[in-house]
Design a protein around this ligand. Structure first.
Ligand SMILES: *Cc1c(COP(=O)(O)O)cnc(C)c1O
Length: 391
């Protein structure tokens, strides 16, 4: 996006000279579509996260789609996710012909509530409508309570795909998010506003060889050249077989080179984001706001800094404050419009009132600017503008 004069966006990428050089190197090489840079990027992410396998794809939406297909989500099945997410976390279920439902949020973490999940599973078991897949979303970079969720998946038999689009570089119980210790697969997004970027891009991580082979196939038309998987006799060295209906969801080597280069800066990115968040915690503490609460098991990557307004202590509406700050050149945002309130989901039968916690959250939440290149001067401007608007 254009760098508007004096406008502070809510998020923005950081591209170094090394990043640019890495991309140029690929442009001068023999491979620009899927080639050696893809494998390097996949290895870098898998190693960092402590996962066995990684599959790079065109974006996190396609990553979520093939992750759902890899566990055979289809017609007659049910997928649950959080209503406090980008629409892609739910749409992937609909792509597969499954039904989608939501688990209301924990009002402290803004992640899906495990108590609510447990209650809903008990009710679903009685009515024989248990979900086949659960997509916990690590909102703002803070992990969901994965150990508890994994225990519930053992009891009720659903698969877990973590939507960690916000969360690369974050940790849960001392382990990097992406390890798949408590899930079948983990999905990352490398969209420009996320922690690291490839322009557009996504990845699926897993520790299960069978899922890995399936993901590789689904990424590329359902085609294999693997002699172990070919049915019957190979016709020769040119031979491949389409074993199922897949897609072209590949990432380019150009993007992967950028991704591999950005991975080397990941720790630096997250450390800087943590510092900015701590500075906000300190500078905003006396304002009529609820600041982000962190679960002791989780160390956030701080993709977003979300405040909630104490509207009973403020003489303005949520919308007024939002507009005032935007006019002051502060790129406020709102993550997220609860998915079930979107017109498309309303047509599917969801109603306002279905998930009261996320609806209350939406009435008070504001995302304020947080990104690697946000300097202290700009951060101070955000704080001063907020203070002027609130008091
Ligand atoms: C960004 C995002 C996505 C989609 O990512 P793309 O790479 O843009 O497809 C999915 N889920 C969440 C939670 C996101 O923030």
């Amino acid at each position: 996006m254009a760098n508007y004069f004096n406008f502070i966006p809510y998020g923005r990428q950081s591209i170094s000279q090394e990043d640019i050089d890495a991309v140029i190197e690929v442009l001068r090489s023999d491979w620009i579509t899927q080639g050696p840079a893809i494998e390097r990027f996949e290895q870098a992410v898998a190693n960092y996260c402590g996962a066995k396998y990684a599959v790079a794809v065109s974006n996190a939406t396609t990553a979520l789609h093939i992750a759902c297909l890899a566990v055979d989500l289809g017609q007659g099945d049910i997928l649950w996710t959080s209503p406090n997410t980008f629409v892609a976390s739910a749409n992937c279920g609909l792509y597969c012909g499954a039904k989608v439902d939501f688990v209301d949020i924990n009002p402290n973490t803004y992640n899906l509530s495990v108590d609510e999940l447990e209650r809903k599973l008990t009710a679903a078991e009685k009515q024989s409508c248990l979900p086949k897949v659960l997509i916990p979303v690590h909102f703002a970079g803070q992990s969901c309570e994965m150990e508890h969720i994994a225990a519930l998946s053992q009891r009720y038999g659903f698969k877990i795909i973590e939507d960690a689009s916000h969360a690369i570089g974050g940790s849960y119980q001392g382990q990097h998010i992406g390890s798949c210790q408590f899930s079948d697969m983990v999905v990352f997004s490398f969209h420009a506003v996320k922690i690291i970027t490839t322009g557009e891009g996504g990845m699926v991580l897993t520790n299960q060889e069978e899922l890995y082979q399936r993901l590789i196939r689904l990424r590329s038309h359902g085609i294999t050249r693997n002699p172990d998987l070919i049915q019957g006799e190979s016709h020769g060295s040119w031979y491949y077989q389409q074993l199922e209906l897949g897609f072209n969801y590949r990432m380019t080597d150009i993007q992967a080179a950028l991704g591999a280069s950005q991975m080397q800066r990941l720790n630096e990115f997250v450390e800087r984001r943590q510092l900015i968040a701590q500075r906000y915690n300190h500078l905003l503490q006396d304002l009529p706001l609820i600041l982000p609460w962190q679960h002791p098991d989780s160390e956030s990557s701080w993709h977003l800094y979300v405040i909630r307004l104490k509207l009973d202590k403020i003489n303005k509406t949520h919308r007024q404050i939002f507009e005032e700050l935007r006019s002051a050149g502060i790129g406020m945002n709102l993550h997220y419009i609860p998915v079930h309130t979107q017109p498309y989901y309303q047509k599917l039968g969801f109603q306002l009132g279905d998930f009261p916690q996320v609806e209350q959250y939406y009435e008070k939440a504001i995302t304020i600017p947080l990104y690697y290149g946000l300097n202290e001067e700009s951060q101070d401007k955000v704080v001063v503008s907020l203070r002027e608007s609130l008091i």
